[in-house]
Design a protein around this ligand. Structure first.
Ligand SMILES: NC(=O)c1ccc[n+]([C@@H]2O[C@H](COP(=O)([O-])OP(=O)(O)OC[C@H]3O[C@@H](n4cnc5c(N)ncnc54)[C@H](OP(=O)(O)O)[C@@H]3O)[C@@H](O)[C@H]2O)c1
Length: 265
């Protein structure tokens, strides 16, 4: 990002901090190019200073005035309350929202006509450059603004543009998935600990195994079923474990987990 431009976060909770960490880690921006606000100013200042950010403001208005690109990162139920009073200022900025379930069309009702805005859904691994940032296909950024957004955030992970009809379920996969994946890592490590592996090594190895398997799939484009077959020799050890997972309904449980997420909406 050009040195004279700033990115502002309205709300500096889990997601805004993860995105900030990703931006700083990838050197997309320097700390002095970031400004932030939140509800609890003491906690905000601590979180900001930990990252070398000095522009920690008391209000969303100050962030909107100071930043060129404004990220709305408050809980969805607070979006209208926080954004509506400053929509005149936001009409001259690029507004990017991370609030789950608040679509482009909903923002058209909240913001002033003609405001340039984009709805995205990042997941927490953006903090380490291996996240997913879903972008709603329908947005009102210019090509140049969208290009700048992609350049800025490409260091945080994969950017995937999707139509509104697929945005919700993709967000559930990428947003809830880290919890499911973490449960698998924990369970695999528990199994290894049960059979004698030291706990720290068990977590490290389980995580690296998931990372490596995911990377192999992404880089080769292999079908996950073929990847499973490739490590299951006839009558071998791995197929015995695969059969046990099937007996315990592993895949059905994962599919149903996403189903349970849908039911809660
Ligand atoms: N966490 C995720 O994995 C994830 C994934 C995708 C999208 N999102 C979206 O990201 C948004 C934030 O989620 P989160 O998990 O980061 O929540 P969070 O940790 O609770 O953060 C919300 C932030 O909003 C601040 N805030 C509350 N009222 C405010 C106000 N009136 N003005 C300015 N800031 C205010 C809070 O201040 P305090 O710090 O003082 O409480 C906090 O910093 C949500 O809309 C969510 O849907 C989250």
């Amino acid at each position: 990002m050009r040195k004279d431009r700033k990115i502002g976060f309205i709300g500096f909770g889990n997601m805004a901090q993860a995105m900030t960490d990703g931006l700083l880690r990838s050197h997309a921006v320097a700390p002095e190019q970031i400004c932030v606000c939140a509800k609890d100013s003491g906690r905000l200042r601590r979180r900001a200073l930990e990252r070398g950010i000095e522009h920690a403001y008391d209000t969303a208005r100050e962030v909107a005035e100071d930043a060129d690109l404004v990220i709305v990162a408050v809980k969805p139920y607070l979006v209208e309350e926080v954004v509506a009073p400053i929509r005149e200022i936001l009409s001259g900025k690029v507004v990017v929202s991370v609030a789950a379930g608040i679509s482009f069309d909903r923002y058209e009702e909240i913001l002033l006509p003609g405001t340039h805005h984009l709805t995205i859904m990042p997941n927490t691994p953006v903090a380490v450059g291996e996240g997913i940032i879903l972008c709603e296909e329908k947005h009102s950024l210019t090509d140049e603004e969208f290009g700048e957004f992609c350049r800025l955030f490409s260091g945080l992970g994969m950017i995937q543009v999707l139509p509104a009809s697929q945005f919700g379920i993709a967000g559930d996969l990428s947003g809830c998935g880290p919890a499911f994946a973490a449960m698998f890592i924990e369970a695999l490590a528990d199994g290894a600990v049960l059979y004698g592996l030291a706990r720290p090594a068990a977590y490290r190895l389980a995580s690296q195994m998931v990372l490596g398997t995911a990377k192999l799939q992404l880089e080769t484009g292999s079908h996950p079923g073929a990847m499973k077959d490739a490590v299951c020799s006839p009558g071998g050890l791995t197929i015995a474990g695969v059969a046990e997972l099937e007996r315990n309904g592993f895949r059905g449980a994962v599919i149903d987990a996403l189903g349970a997420v849908q039911k809660r909406k």
